[in-house]
Design a protein around this ligand. Structure first.
Ligand code: SF4
Length: 214
């Protein structure tokens, strides 16, 4: 099984795609989009190195315990860890779990650039949300995306088009208050405040907030 360098995960969330989902953030992105909400996930440094099978085990445990309907891959840039993620995605699809991927690459770029294993990951993806965050075009209406240029591609029939505007899905963020005194935040919109600091930047979180949004 290939390795993955992950920044974090949430086993059961309702704000990272349709329904209850396992969300996985990978470490490393070569872009430096102004206003990126995950600056702590951009450097190509080892964070948590795991086998793809380890992630599969966590997903299976959440499927049994929480009844999740799918998984969401975010980052960082998932397409730069497509070998491991394609293995996880295949595992999920075999169990009728949907796969949603957020990428800074457009679908056209992915088809043209031939990133290693990106085609395999796309073959096992139900919904691709593409395009890098553009702070000049903030998104105000659709779920889960930060800017208006980002597109939803429905690569299978698992979901009908238009889920990004479906009022049945919550539009917000989650906070998890952990026993060690820290708070884990994920979802969108995540509006940074003076007390929490900038998303993904642990050095600016005097109250111990750790954020894993997209
Ligand atoms: S917004 Fe997305 S594509 Fe842009 S730097 Fe951040 S993680 Fe990378």
């Amino acid at each position: 099984m290939p390795k993955l360098n992950i920044a974090g995960f949430v086993e059961d969330t309702v704000v990272e795609g349709p329904g209850r989902r396992f969300a996985l953030w990978v470490q490393g992105c070569h872009r430096r989009c102004a206003g990126c909400c995950n600056p702590g996930m951009l450097d190509f440094v080892p964070k948590t190195i795991v086998d793809a099978s380890w992630v599969c085990d966590r997903i299976e445990a959440s499927r049994c315990a929480n009844g999740i309907e799918g998984v969401t891959f975010l980052g960082g840039e998932p397409m730069l860890q497509a070998e491991g993620l394609s293995e996880v995605a295949r595992f999920c699809r075999e169990r009728a779990l949907s796969v949603m991927v957020f990428s800074g690459y457009t679908l056209e770029e992915l088809e043209a650039e031939e990133l290693p294993f990106a085609a395999e990951l796309l073959q096992n993806t139900d919904v691709l949300v593409d395009g890098a965050f553009d702070a000049a075009r903030p998104e105000r209406e659709r779920h889960w995306v930060g800017s208006a240029n980002q597109r939803f591609h429905y690569l299978t029939g698992f979901y009908g088009s238009g889920i990004e505007r479906d009022p049945r899905f919550p539009h917000g963020f989650e906070l998890r208050f952990r026993t060690d005194g820290t708070v884990l935040a994920n979802g969108f919109p995540w509006e940074p405040t003076g007390s929490f600091g900038q998303n993904g930047d642990d050095r600016r979180k005097p109250q111990g907030v750790q954020t894993w949004p997209r």
